[in-house]
Write a new protein. Structure first.
Length: 93
């Protein structure tokens, strides 16, 4: 019984690690784009324009909802900013 419980825990740990890796990778991409710039806007898939702190939270929440994430530099309200996407594995953008 203990062996089965440990296998379940190990699977859950592995799944959580994969989800955490998704948002950490997305945050790294975000920081690579933003660099030292201030007041950078982020365009979410629903058309909302948010600040970077809100974008970070959205990325983390999306990863824990089992979405794959993509972060790109783009134009937001006529200025260089960040455009983010989320999709389920196996779906195309």
């Amino acid at each position: 019984m203990l062996e089965i419980d440990l296998k379940i825990i190990n699977r859950l740990d592995s799944a959580n690690s994969e989800l955490e890796e998704r948002w950490i990778d997305a945050w790294n991409d975000l920081f690579d784009i933003v660099g030292e710039r201030y007041q950078v806007s982020c365009l979410l898939p629903d058309g909302s324009v948010v600040d970077i702190e809100t974008c970070k939270g959205w990325l983390q929440e999306s990863a824990y909802q089992d979405y794959c994430l993509k972060v790109e530099e783009g134009w937001v309200r006529g200025k260089r900013g960040v455009v983010v996407f989320r999709f389920k594995e196996g779906e195309s953008l």
